[in-house]
Design a protein around this ligand. Structure first.
Ligand SMILES: *[C@@H]1O[C@H](CO)[C@@H](O)[C@H](O)[C@H]1NC(C)=O
Ligand SMILES: *[C@@H]1O[C@H](CO)[C@@H](O)[C@H](O)[C@H]1NC(C)=O
Ligand SMILES: *[C@@H]1O[C@H](CO)[C@@H](O)[C@H](O)[C@H]1NC(C)=O
Ligand SMILES: CC(=O)N[C@H]1CO[C@H](CO)[C@@H](O)[C@@H]1O
Ligand SMILES: CC(=O)N[C@H]1CO[C@H](CO)[C@@H](O)[C@@H]1O
Length: 441
């Protein structure tokens, strides 16, 4: 790698003025967008490509840089560095920033300039972290907003609809990072999505969705229950499907991983001290059935569910749907399988039968008399395409299904876990209409 600190000195971002020429700038990349293609108006039938990024060289100064060009140049430039890398830019064009236009889609910056990079004039070099001053590298852990300028997750939930559509800052810990999902839109564009679950002292789970490869890649580096993030300018919306508030990473968003601020340290202490004590997702979903059944409309066959399981192997994100099937095995007479189990009333987890201990709360259930009986059985579900074996039918859904007082959770060997949220007799005409509709899809 070329020596990044060859004789020529760098112009600091605080000294940038529009139309300055022959500059050399160094900075750490704190934000970056995906490459996008646009039809070229001057050259009908061809496309121009672009991406942008944000660099910082001191706590108070950062600027946006954009590059336009042909597909090959833009893609290879974009692939050459990531958020967290340190880059040296030579000969960028320095333009005056039109604040309103620029900051609609790009991060807000303190600078009145922006950089434009072109293939013919500018160069971007990536420095190895060994060569870079640690002062510069440490900027990656400094949020771009005041360290106290954020909403707690509890504040967001409490404000509810009034925050719908607002762009705010959030400080939170990472609870889980979903597996990225890739799809093709109806107009044949490729898309991707990844859901990150956040938590803090005030809220145990809050969804943040990433729709771009750069933020998805960044999210893959986060450690659940260890990483704290400061998300500047994230969009808050009300998710009608899940009936809750959610956050969405947009092109204005800058995410600071493991921020070095007093507020982030307090949160870090909280997650470290509370690590062993937190309910795991399974328990949480046991108590918090926040799914609005009337919003579940996708209809699947057994075959489609198995296909989905293969595609999603090892993924944590649940998906919801309706299955028209019959219960082909309901084994309540077999003495080797238990039908009823004790669950801990604090966390909802199954209490170990031999020790009478709740392994999650570490409480002895006999001391606390804090258990309740719950159905816990395995059933098979069959339709015209196949059978799902060993779906577990538990809790109140089992109670309703069986018509006696007592949820369907399923861990099949495929790694697919199915939770039955409701189980009712299907109207035969509705079922046949839906299933025949399916075949044409
Ligand atoms: C870059 O340079 C090449 C050859 O030197 C020229 O053909 C091309 O038009 C230039 N591109 C731009 C955007 O100026
Ligand atoms: C995002 O990543 C996927 C998988 O690597 C790729 O197929 C897709 O083209 C990428 N999209 C963009 C906009 O870079
Ligand atoms: C569930 O969703 C339906 C349709 O979107 C809506 O009318 C209803 O109010 C929702 N119920 C709850 C409890 O949020
Ligand atoms: C350090 C810290 O904030 N610990 C918290 C862990 O969780 C319990 C219960 O929610 C709190 O009481 C502690 O303060
Ligand atoms: C295609 C079709 O017939 N869809 C039906 C499936 O079942 C729902 C009720 O669950 C009907 O509302 C749809 O019209």
């Amino acid at each position: 790698m070329a020596n990044c600190f060859a004789t020529r000195t760098f112009t600091t971002l605080s000294d940038l003025q529009p139309n300055m020429a022959n500059l050399k700038i160094i900075g750490v990349v704190i934000g970056k967008t995906d490459v996008k293609g646009f039809p070229d108006r001057k050259n009908i039938g061809s496309e121009r490509y672009t991406f942008s990024f944000t660099i910082r060289d001191s706590p108070a100064h950062f600027v946006n840089a954009a590059s336009w060009g042909n597909e090959g140049y833009i893609k290879s430039l974009s692939d050459s560095f990531r958020v967290g890398d340190c880059v040296i830019i030579e000969n960028p064009l320095i333009q005056r920033k039109e604040i309103e236009r620029e900051e609609k889609f790009s991060p807000a910056t303190p600078s009145n300039c922006k950089l434009l990079l072109s293939e013919n004039h500018s160069t971007v070099k990536v420095c190895s972290s060994y060569e870079v001053d640690t002062k510069l590298l440490s900027l990656i852990h400094l949020p771009v907003k005041e360290s106290h300028d954020y909403y707690s997750l509890g504040d967001i939930v409490a404000n509810g609809h009034s925050l719908n559509g607002r762009i705010i800052n959030v400080l939170a810990a990472v609870k889980s990072v979903g597996e990225p999902k890739y799809f093709t839109t109806s107009d044949r564009r490729k898309g991707q999505r990844c859901e990150v679950r956040l938590y803090d002292e005030t809220e145990s789970s809050f969804a943040m969705t990433c729709w771009d490869n750069e933020s998805i890649l960044l999210a893959q580096s986060w450690m659940p229950r260890e990483t704290v993030i400061f998300v500047s300018d994230v969009r808050i919306s009300f998710d009608k499907f899940r009936n809750c508030m959610t956050a969405t990473v947009i092109s204005k968003t800058i995410i600071t991983t493991n921020p070095e601020t007093p507020e982030a340290n307090i949160l870090l202490n909280f997650i470290r001290e509370n690590k062993t004590n937190v309910l795991d997702d399974e328990i949480e979903s046991y108590f918090k059935e926040s799914i609005n059944l009337s919003t579940i409309v996708d209809i699947y066959t057994v075959e489609q569910l198995k296909g989905k399981a293969l595609k999603n192997e090892g993924k944590a994100d649940p998906s919801y749907g309706i299955l028209y099937a019959y219960i082909s095995t309901l084994n309540i007479d077999d003495e080797t399988t238990k039908v009823v189990r004790n669950r801990c009333s604090t966390c909802g987890y199954i209490v170990n039968e031999a020790s009478n201990m709740c392994t999650i709360c570490n409480k002895n259930s006999l001391d606390f008399k804090s258990v309740f009986l719950s159905f816990d059985m395995l059933i098979d579900l069959t339709d015209h395409t196949g059978t799902l074996h060993s779906c577990s039918l538990t809790g109140s859904v089992a109670e309703e299904t069986l018509g006696c007082t007592f949820v369907l959770s399923h861990k099949a060997r495929s790694g697919l876990k199915i939770s039955v949220l409701s189980c009712k007799l299907a109207d035969p005409t509705e079922a046949s209409r839906n299933l025949s509709g399916q075949i044409h899809v």
